[in-house]
Design a protein around this ligand. Structure first.
Ligand code: DUC
Ligand code: ZN
Ligand code: ZN
Ligand code: ZN
Length: 505
């Protein structure tokens, strides 16, 4: 879009500070930032008095239009990114999920085909490595070199479909290291889950409560620790997706403080979910089957009621670094396939729309985090870790005009009646959140305008995520990867960098 836009009187919030500033956008990019800007006539002006200007949310973890557990997720790339934009998220990173034995490149092209024409905001792709051979390694190389993929996810769970052995994991991490890519893991011990599941079903436990019982938090913590050990042995960094329990969160936080035998820091990143800080387990004592089944995802929500706040505190003290949604929605009808057997309930929840509001409510509104840390864990850290900073994840001159005008005083109550997902329930139903995006600007275009959603199908683009130089391993320092920040960031924005509280990343 060639539209010009001036946003006046707002408070700019970046991960490392806040300041009052006006912001001028042209051709989808932030061109000026500061006071007394000189603006061409005929420019639309939005008065942002009382509003916070945040870098658009980046959701590093979605599953749109995916075949999973014998069915297909309800939100496709149109529905899912429309919901994202409605909630203040202006970029998602989705997971290509190749079937066992399927070519990773073919699967990648299939994802591009599903997404390119439909996305209402920019998107990137991680690729899951669901099987292992020398041809997979070659394909990883091609994905990195030619297709803008810099992250590969492996599963330690889903035995019989996606689960890799420790040996295979070692090889995937090693390939990532050689390529300058980032390995990601779904950390749960799939072998133990399979045995526990048999026992539970034999004992007649078939309801959704059996899901969490089959995979209690120590099963997550063990796999998290094992993945960290393998990464350290290989000398690769590691990104742990969806940390859902106190024990697994503690593992990530502790590993980040460890030193490797060569004295380098461990480079471990941990992501938790809107679901895990915003709602609770429905394992036992539920009154409604479909309500409980709606909350089934893997790893599961935990019965320990202190978990959500604990994870938020880990986000506050940099034990964890990011929040995703793991948005993988199924209708009540799809969930009902598991009516007689919890192992058949398709795993997944909503979250791409509500992540920003839920994290604000549970983090900022409670006083656990401040607005800059909110920006770090909803946007900036993802941009840095996936190497698209400062194009994304910061409001600076030269950055993409992906901006949320956040109203911290307004509230909204989350409901399936008003959400933009294709599903008939919402796991945050009834939760009232402070923090409403009055305006959402996607690539310079106003896609939420005075609260009204005007998402545009196909507006978004695929954003290649470049690799990191393998020579920077294991001291993986995203912000030092050849980007000359001073070349694009004006004095004005330097002045915005007030209290530099950021550590890793
Ligand atoms: N977990 C889920 O709950 N859904 C999608 C994939 C996953 O790992
Ligand atoms: Zn997963
Ligand atoms: Zn409930
Ligand atoms: Zn996932």
């Amino acid at each position: 879009s060639h539209n010009r836009l001036l946003i006046k009187n707002g408070k700019v919030v970046n991960a490392d500070g806040m300041a009052d500033a006006d912001l001028y956008i042209e051709e989808g990019v932030i061109k000026q930032l500061g006071r007394n800007l000189i603006i061409p006539g005929g420019t639309r002006t939005i008065d942002a008095a009382g509003l916070l200007l945040l870098p658009g949310g980046i959701d590093p973890h979605t599953h749109l239009d995916v075949e999973f557990m014998g069915t297909k997720s309800a939100d496709d790339f149109y529905q899912g990114t429309k919901a994202a934009v409605a909630g203040g998220t202006t970029m998602i990173i989705d997971f290509v999920l190749p079937a066992k034995e399927e070519s990773l490149i073919d699967a990648y092209y299939e994802w591009r085909r599903r997404a390119d024409e439909k996305v209402c905001c920019d998107y990137g792709l991680h690729v899951a490595v669901t099987w292992w051979s020398s041809s997979v390694k070659k394909e990883m190389e091609e994905l990195v070199e030619k297709h803008g993929v810099n992250s590969f996810k492996s599963f330690l769970a889903y035995k019989g479909s996606y689960q890799l052995s420790d040996t295979e994991l070692y090889h995937v991490f090693n390939a990532c290291k050689e390529l300058g890519a980032l390995p990601m893991v779904h950390a749960e011990n799939g072998d133990i889950i399979a045995e526990n599941t048999k026992k539970l079903l034999n004992a007649g436990i078939t309801g959704p409560e059996g899901h969490e019982m089959s995979r209690p938090e120590e099963v997550e913590a063990e796999a998290t620790n094992r993945a960290c050990v393998i990464a350290n042995q290989v000398g690769s960094p590691l990104y742990v997706v969806h940390v859902m329990s106190k024990s697994a969160g503690n593992v990530v936080a502790a590993k980040r403080d460890e030193k490797l035998s060569n004295g380098e820091e461990c480079v471990i990143f941990g992501e938790t979910l809107a679901a895990s800080v915003g709602t609770h387990s429905h394992g036992t004592g539920y009154s409604c089957w479909s309500h409980a089944a709606a909350h089934v995802l893997s790893p599961p929500l935990r019965p320990d009621p202190t978990t959500p706040e604990y994870l938020m505190r880990l986000l506050a003290n940099d034990g964890l670094q990011l929040t995703g949604s793991d948005n993988c929605t199924f209708t009540a009808e799809q969930k009902a396939v598991g009516k007689e057997n919890f192992t058949k309930i398709p795993n997944g929840v909503n979250g791409v729309e509500d992540r920003m509001s839920v994290v604000w409510e549970k983090g900022v509104e409670t006083g656990i985090i401040d607005p800059p840390r909110f920006v770090a864990i909803t946007s900036t850290n993802a941009a840095k870790i996936f190497n698209i900073y400062p194009k994304k994840g910061v409001l600076a001159v030269g950055s993409d005009a992906d901006i949320v005008l956040w109203n911290p005083r307004k509230t909204r109550t989350i409901s399936a009646k008003t959400h933009h997902h294709k599903t008939d329930y919402n796991i945050f139903e009834g939760l009232t959140c402070h923090g409403v995006p009055d305006y959402v600007i996607v690539g310079g275009r106003v896609c939420v305008d005075e609260g009204e959603l005007k998402a545009v199908q196909g507006l978004g683009n695929f954003v290649p995520t470049p690799t990191f130089s393998p020579t920077c391993y294991p001291a993986f320092k995203p912000e030092e990867n050849g980007i000359d920040k001073n070349a694009i960031i004006h004095e004005e924005i330097a002045a915005l960098r007030l209290n530099n509280t950021s550590s890793k990343p």
